[in-house]
Write a protein of this length. Structure first.
Length: 545
């Protein structure tokens, strides 16, 4: 048995779970305690985090906090912020927090302050983005850039795409941001169809500059461009590289002058704060990009200094553990009531699942407890007409987060109050449910009451959720929210004693694909895999003709 599940702290939470699971009723708890909301909510600037609709009593959080203390969360947090090699398998520091360190206080990595380098790249980014946005940077025929195409995948795609979509109201008129990630040619072909090579700027975003999908798309983009521009000398006006790998950038044919650097202590899925955020800075401008950084920085300060019982990411992480490890919930839903956050769940699907989808501890032991949950979700109210039925009346416990802005970015009448009333009603309905007595009361006018009809209308309720309500989705607020979720993931990784910063699990498929690719180049029968893989490869060769 692992030290974690053998620990007094774990067993105390387990005992507490036994006492309340199946017995604790949230609705009764609200009825009995008018202070419940005040007790279980935290305000951070103009953001409210309400966690009162959870299966918790006043004893729960202190017990969970013991788990965090046992795991030395504070010391490990400081180790991350101060550049220790906490990504032990890859022997790397994890310093995305330095990228948004707006205090500019020195952050030492191997004895050297990383802030001057970060500030130098930010300054270069400012010059470049201002040139493009002002029209001073022109394409090979002298025209202003109208379209930016970010080519990247995973962390080199999802963050910028999520943020650009979320902050579209801050986007520059006349400049569009596009994202190509999938090696399926449909992605690049359809994206490029309406674009003009004379006014298109490609950002080739790849930490390693070796990722197969990104390099394949980058080559196709270059071919598409050269079909019109002909002379390779024109590439320098239209291709920018964002990477840690200067050699590979040169090899691809991008002038190192057009390269923006970051460092191996920035994890791919934590890289939107670096130059990987170039498409954000181009689209919303450098001042707004720095506001995004500032939002994350103030969240970092909160995470580092607030006591655990008032610390939003710590509470998020602990409640996640409560459901994941004690109620055995397999999944976690992210439910923004904001269309502009339509990629927020996708973003944290990678953020969380690539970070905490691990089954070996930092010391190499196999875990004997559940680690990262399945993350999923989509914006309300669409989700209500898709999967909410199962959350309300299905057999699975699905905790989740609602996120909503008090002010819309737009000003049509009616929409926003309708949207928000739906968010509030869903969280309330999940918590309250509907009893048989209430159903019978509702149907009292019916002459012949059918038991099956009554059963179908009963909602158990007692379904947990957190709610984030913030004033408006500004760059600063978005930065704060993203950082909160990042730190939630960190908190959970620390308690599970896993390395949240490597991603070895994506390697095996990549290696096997490299072995299969040459076998697809001819029509010969393949026999050296298992019979299913052989059968599929041979069928592909037959069907593609
Ligand atoms: O999915 C694996 C991964 O390494 C991610 O961690 C990363 O975000 C993505 O691939 C892209 O990597 P790169 O930026 O090196 O192209």
């Amino acid at each position: 048995m692992s030290k974690l599940i053998n620990s007094a702290e774990w067993n105390a939470v387990k005992q507490h779970h036994r006492e309340i699971a199946g017995k604790f009723c949230m609705k009764d708890a609200f009825d009995k305690d008018p202070q419940r909301f005040d007790k279980f909510s935290v305000t951070f600037g103009d953001l409210l985090f309400d966690f009162s609709k959870n299966l918790i009593t006043e004893e729960t959080l202190p017990l969970l906090i013991e788990l965090a203390s046992r795991a030395e969360l504070s010391a490990k947090t400081e180790a991350m912020f101060s550049g220790s090699i906490i990504n032990t398998t890859e022997k790397r520091a994890v310093l995305h927090t330095a990228l948004r360190n707006r205090s500019n206080k020195p952050v030492l990595f191997r004895g050297k302050d990383v802030m001057p380098e970060i500030n130098k790249v930010l300054a270069k980014m400012r010059v470049f983005t201002e040139q493009v946005r002002s029209g001073a940077w022109t394409g090979y025929t002298g025209k202003t850039i109208t379209d930016i195409v970010n080519i990247g995948i995973g962390g080199s795609d999802l963050g910028p795409k999520m943020v650009d979509t979320a902050l579209a109201p801050y986007g520059k008129d006349g400049l569009k941001a596009h994202f190509v990630s999938n090696v399926d040619q449909t992605d690049i072909v359809e994206t490029l169809k309406p674009l003009n090579p004379e006014t298109t700027l490609f950002l080739i975003s790849s930490k390693t500059f070796t990722t197969q999908e990104t390099m394949t798309n980058a080559r196709s983009a270059r071919n598409w461009f050269l079909k019109a521009a002909v002379d390779p000398a024109n590439i320098s006006k239209h291709f920018v590289a964002i990477s840690t790998n200067v050699e590979k950038v040169k090899e691809f044919g991008i002038d190192p002058e057009n390269m923006f650097e970051f460092w191996d202590w920035v994890g791919g899925r934590y890289s939107l704060w670096s130059v990987i955020g170039m498409s954000i800075a181009l689209y919303i401008g450098m001042d707004n990009f720095e506001e995004l950084l500032m939002g994350a920085h103030i969240a970092d300060e909160h995470f580092r200094s607030a006591p655990f019982e008032k610390n939003i990411p710590v509470i998020m992480g602990l409640l996640g553990i409560w459901y994941n490890n004690f109620f055995e919930a397999e999944t976690y839903a992210i439910l923004p009531y904001a269309q502009s956050l339509k990629y927020f769940a996708d973003y944290f699907q990678q953020g969380d699942m690539e970070s905490n989808g691990k089954s070996a501890t930092i010391n190499g032991e196999k875990v004997d407890y559940n680690t990262g949950p399945i993350i999923w979700g989509q914006p309300g109210t669409n989700g209500q007409h898709a999967f909410f039925q199962l959350i309300h009346q299905g057999t699975k416990l699905i905790p989740g987060d609602f996120l909503a802005a008090a002010q819309s970015q737009y000003d049509l009448p009616d929409h926003h109050d309708i949207l928000i009333s739906n968010f509030l009603a869903q969280a309330e309905a999940l918590m309250r449910g509907k009893t048989e007595a209430e159903v019978r009361e509702d149907l009292s006018h019916e002459p012949n009451l059918d038991d099956a009809l009554i059963a179908s209308k009963i909602f158990e309720g007692n379904k947990p959720s957190n709610s984030f309500l913030f004033k408006k989705l500004t760059p600063r607020t978005l930065g704060t929210l993203i950082a909160f979720y990042e730190h939630k993931i960190f908190v959970q990784g620390v308690i599970w004693n896993i390395n949240s910063f490597d991603q070895m699990g994506v390697e095996l498929g990549k290696v096997l694909a490299r072995a299969i690719l040459p076998q697809l180049k001819n029509d010969e029968m393949v026999t050296d895999h298992d019979s299913s893989t052989n059968g599929l490869i041979n069928a592909y060769k037959r069907l593609r003709k």
